[in-house]
Design a protein around this ligand. Structure first.
Ligand code: HEM
Length: 419
């Protein structure tokens, strides 16, 4: 460990405030000013390493070098993730739990999800044509909540949907919040965990029988490496790990509407409904717009990379937004251009809106295929199946708030089915 270089350092006592102030651009700004894909800083009173770009992502997803246990800040665990979920597991325990998630992502499972999503969009469209104005973000969350529950086998009454949508939304809307907004998210999580936990108990008592191959069924009966059922709280956290992020796709649905509006020339191409172009458009929305700024891990044991020493236990942030806008990977990264995906080399480390690496061996998002399929259906509705006006409103979005949602939440008027 002798011949090491000194990592570029952001001098000062603590830079958490700069991170909050610069948001999605915090790491990328410093990668540019240090002219380095890795630098040292101090966050939440501790030394931290920030890195981004293709090679950095490759190292970050090396499970020999980084671990997830205790990496996420408690604030995010209490709202976004929940305790003892797959996000904080490592090694065999993680692989085994992740297989449980991936077992519901079969082609058949995804086909069912597509058809449920289509049906829920149809129902919403019938409702919207009688409404004076539609706030797309709020409505899309409700569409996605119903879709998520039906797909996951979670029985829910129509009159419970609004409350559940609000609670699942609060979990990701409050992930970076402090004060009352944080408590809103925390209380929402406690409520939903309690409700899903009771449901899992009823499944195990034979009083509720969800369809096989649904998340509720599979997760209720999943056994860990020792052959035990998951404790009720953990099983509930994992069912919520399906419901909550499906509702969060509403954010991408908002960005789809924004992209279609801002780039009218794209509409013509989308009207052909060519599968390949639809996919490229969705990929470009996921690459372009801000969602997750970074992901975090801890150095598992000392190692040297590019001559820099990484010390065991150091908090490390991988720049998700900045890697998706890295000029070394993407030509004119700030230009919206779905066609770029016809030439994309397909590396699991260059395009990482939902994490990188491998689904089974690593922490890459279990719901990436779900997200893409739901976005494709939503894009088709927003371009080919409905007509609407976008009245004057504030469609700008923050590069600091996490998650970032267009300020007006995208208001639609005169919504009609396209004949
Ligand atoms: C709404 C858009 C979504 C975004 C932007 C997103 C993003 C992410 C990111 C950045 C990670 C962390 C990757 C890492 O730690 O390295 C992740 C993990 C995860 N996501 Fe998603 N996700 C989305 C949708 C979904 C959906 C729809 C589901 C489930 C149906 C889902 C389930 C999960 C799970 C279970 C993990 C933990 C995986 C693990 O730790 O092994 N996500 N997601």
């Amino acid at each position: 460990m002798s011949n090491t270089n000194k990592m570029p350092i952001e001098e000062g006592i603590d830079h958490s405030f700069s991170l909050m102030r610069e948001g999605y651009m915090y790491i990328l700004n410093r990668r540019k000013s240090f002219n380095s894909d890795v630098f040292e800083t101090r966050l939440l009173g501790k030394k931290a390493i920030c890195m981004g770009g293709l090679e950095a992502a490759e190292i970050f997803y090396d499970t020999e070098k980084f671990k997830r246990k205790d990496a996420a800040p408690n604030r995010a665990v209490q709202t976004l993730f929940g305790k003892n979920g797959v996000q904080g597991l490592d090694g065999q325990a993680h692989k085994y739990r992740k297989e449980m998630f991936m077992s519901i992502m079969s082609p058949d499972g995804l086909e069912k999800l597509t058809s449920i999503t289509e049906k829920q969009w149809e129902i919403a469209l019938d409702k919207w044509k009688n409404m004076n104005k539609v706030i797309l973000y709020e409505e899309a969350k409700e569409i996605m909540c119903k879709t998520a529950c039906q797909w996951a086998g979670v029985p829910v009454e129509e009159n419970e949907i609004k409350g559940l949508t609000k609670d699942l939304g609060a979990m990701f809307e409050s992930a970076a919040a402090v004060g009352p907004a944080h408590w809103l998210g925390r209380n929402a999580r406690n409520r939903v965990e309690q409700w899903i936990g009771e449901l899992i108990d009823r499944v195990r008592d034979g009083k509720v029988t969800p369809p096989e191959n649904t998340a509720l069924h599979k997760f209720s009966w999943h056994r860990d490496l020792e052959g035990n059922l998951l404790d009720t709280e953990t099983a509930a956290v994992e069912v919520i790990n399906i419901l909550r992020p499906i509702v969060a796709i509403a954010i991408f649905i908002n960005f789809i509407a924004l992209a279609v509006y801002h780039y009218p020339e794209e509409r013509k191409k989308l009207e052909t409904r060519e599968e390949k172009y639809t996919q490229m458009f969705v990929q470009e929305v996921r690459r372009s717009y801000p969602f997750f700024p970074f992901v975090v891990a801890l150095v598992k044991k000392d190692f040297i990379w590019k001559g820099y020493k990484f010390e065991e236990g150091t908090l490390t942030l991988l720049d998700v937004y900045g890697t998706n806008h890295d000029p070394k990977i993407w030509e004119n990264p700030d230009v919206f251009n779905p066609d770029r995906f016809s030439k994309w080399e397909g590396s699991p480390f260059s395009f990482i809106p939902q994490g990188g690496g491998d689904y089974f061996m690593g922490h890459r998002c279990a719901g990436e295929w779900v997200t893409i399929e739901v976005m494709k259906v939503s894009l088709d509705f927003l371009t080919n199946q409905m007509e609407y006006e976008i009245p004057e409103q504030d469609l700008s979005f923050s590069m600091v708030s996490m998650p970032s949602i267009p300020h007006s939440k995208v208001e639609l008027k005169n919504v009609k089915r396209r004949i």
